[in-house]
Design a protein around this ligand. Structure first.
Ligand code: T4K
Length: 374
């Protein structure tokens, strides 16, 4: 089988129509209102709140700053329990706030933080939990909330992957104290770079908006040491256009996901996560776990082999965040404390998935994988 002529990456952004974007750019050029909460910024916040089914959206220049500000908003200090199986920005946001990250292991079925391990990691210094809806699959939100209520902890969800995900028709962004989205180019919904904090009451929204704008509450008043994390008008306008195709984009992702599942279902040693009951997924990623004993090849061998075929699958999330030198010294960062995450990080491979990926290409990727069985 011939390798792909052009590289197939793990993802590819959906871009809005250039013609339509040009019209909005002309409008922005006319108004000369480029940033600091212009009309497209306001409109995108409202449109997203409606689309997502949440009360308040505060737009940000990226998801990482949104995470940092979410922690500032709730004045989180001390220790925060989080997952090592995520993109490094999750824990970096804690570090930037002078908070000690405490890693808890993940659940083998969901790849999300295991609530039992969260409860076991609570100390008198714990103030909050920062779980991640990894690959867009919801955490055990009810169990986590019960733990948070019992121990009076806040929950900030890193929902970077969870745009549009619903449980029983309700957005999972409505759970916890705050949820943070990323609108990076690699995400289901993108504004090139961007992000948002979702909150549930007006005062919190006002505080978040102060913090992302240097702490200004009026022309001459600064209420706190804020930062500059605003989204500009060009990106907001781009986001509004991108929303037009989002339903169709997620539907295409669903088809790709179903094709992978059908074709890889019977391959011994390749495990894909199934759709979950009562969950409306967004199919942001297509992770598989490769069991070497059954498949006859390691995850790294499959990764390298696919690259020879011009397929750039990604090892999200390897290494674990706890394995990076910044965090290695923490008591909770050991493989002994994180056996499931350690195993999963060695087995996981995210296969290409994006709306414009042809089903024939998905079939060919599956054929490559099958042909490589040991
Ligand atoms: N929390 C979680 C759980 C996250 O996953 C992330 C970000 C964050 C927080 C932080 O949110 P942001 O501050 O980023 O808003 C990517 C993204 O840069 C990062 O946003 C994302 N998570 C992470 C999982 O993936 P890389 O280094 O793997 O991206 P990169 O540049 O290698 O892109 C992957 C592939 O996508 C490329 O091979 C080709 C394609 N691509 C990429 C870009 C940027 C395109 O086709 N066009 C593009 O413009 O980190």
């Amino acid at each position: 089988m011939q390798k792909f002529e052009k590289p197939i990456y793990v993802t590819q952004p959906v871009l809005p129509s250039l013609n339509e974007f040009t019209k909005l750019l002309e409008d922005i050029w006319q108004s000369k209102h480029l940033t600091n909460g212009g009309k497209y910024h306001e409109l995108l916040e409202k449109t997203l709140a409606d689309y997502l089914g949440v009360k308040y959206v505060s737009l940000f220049s990226n998801g990482t700053l949104a995470l940092i500000i979410a922690l500032q908003t709730l004045r989180i200090t001390g220790e925060v329990i989080t997952t090592p199986f995520s993109f490094v920005a999750t824990t970096h946001a804690l570090w930037w706030n002078g908070i000690k990250p405490v890693f808890a292991d993940i659940d083998i079925n969901t790849l999300n933080i295991n609530p039992l391990k969260v409860e076991a990691a609570i100390t008198p210094k714990t103030t909050a939990i920062m779980p991640v809806h990894v690959f867009g699959n919801p955490c055990e939100i009810d169990v986590l909330q019960k733990i948070a209520d019992t121990y009076r902890l806040k929950i900030i969800y890193d929902a970077a992957h969870a745009f549009g995900v619903k449980r029983l028709n309700k957005s999972i962004l409505n759970f916890g104290d705050l949820s943070v989205l990323s609108f990076h180019a690699t995400k289901v919904f993108n504004t090139i770079e961007g992000g948002a904090i979702i909150c549930h009451d007006e005062q919190t929204k006002i505080n978040i908006d102060y913090l992302k704008n240097f702490g200004y509450s009026g022309e001459f008043t600064v209420v706190g040491p804020g930062i500059n994390a605003k989204m500009n008008e060009l990106q907001a306008a781009y986001g509004l256009l991108q929303l037009k195709s989002i339903e169709c984009d997620i539907e295409k992702r669903k088809q790709i996901s179903a094709t992978y599942r059908n074709l890889l279902n019977d391959v011994n040693g390749i495990l894909a996560l199934n759709d979950w009951e009562n969950i409306q997924h967004n199919y942001a990623y297509f992770p598989i776990l490769i069991e070497q004993n059954q498949f006859g090849r390691t995850r790294d061998e499959v990764y390298d082999f696919l690259r020879t075929k011009n397929v750039y699958a990604r090892k999200y999330f390897y290494p674990l965040i706890s394995e990076f030198s910044t965090y290695q010294g923490l008591d909770s960062a050991t493989a002994a404390n994180l056996p499931i995450a350690t195993k999963v990080a060695k087995q996981v491979l995210c296969l290409p998935i994006y709306p414009n990926l042809e089903v024939a290409d998905v079939e060919k990727i599956c054929d490559f994988i099958k042909s490589f069985r040991g």
